[in-house]
Design a protein around this ligand. Sequence first.
Ligand SMILES: Cc1cc2nc3c(=O)[nH]c(=O)nc-3n(C[C@H](O)[C@H](O)[C@H](O)COP(=O)(O)O)c2cc1C
Length: 204
Amino acid sequence: MKVIGFNGSPREKGNTEFLVETALEQLRKLGFETELIRLGDKKIEQCSGCYSCVKTKECSINDDFPQIFQKMIEADGIILGSPVYHASITPNLKAVLDRAGFLGRWVVNDMKAEDSTYQWKGTAFSGKVVAPITVARRAGQTFAFAQLLLWATVNDTIVVGSNYWNVGVAGKGGILDADQDAEGIGVITHMADNMAHVLKQLKK
Ligand SMILES: Cc1cc2nc3c(=O)[nH]c(=O)nc-3n(C[C@H](O)[C@H](O)[C@H](O)COP(=O)(O)O)c2cc1C
């Protein structure tokens, strides 16, 4: 089974990446294949709102998104990691989630135009196990965390929690000090244990 983890920061090897990697490392110890996806080195445009995926079942924008979408489709678990930027997730991760969420809906559904009634058959992410991780210097984690939870819960996924919210406190003045956040590391490691447990039960 495979779990992918997004580093939604434009910064490679920053605080978000440290905490996402903390989760992935624990999952590797528990026998999972993992892959870190850095959005900082990808070209991902925002959703253009063209609605062409409703009919074509693919995204009309030619950039790095299709390969990321494919990795999301193939994964059993997805960790969504973002630094907090003005109490929000980053535009990079938001762009991925907007496009993946919209396309992922239409690849398994058709628009019911006549009476405007949607009869959802699920999404491309149905049954996948998802967990958010956010990291901030001081404040705004809960709003960003909620953005990720809202994406997960509208996309028919199974969300795993931990013994606290999966948030890190790090990055004053941009420093890389997530490794000093012992509580955050413990919470995120426990989240990885929970994700492993749920995935193993689901795949029995
Ligand atoms: C544009 C920008 C906006 C930020 N906004 C917030 C914020 O709203 N609240 C906060 O506590 N920290 C904020 N920070 C600090 C980052 O969340 C923090 O440094 C984080 O550890 C960076 O993660 P990274 O190393 O993965 O990039 C902001 C940083 C940047 C660059």
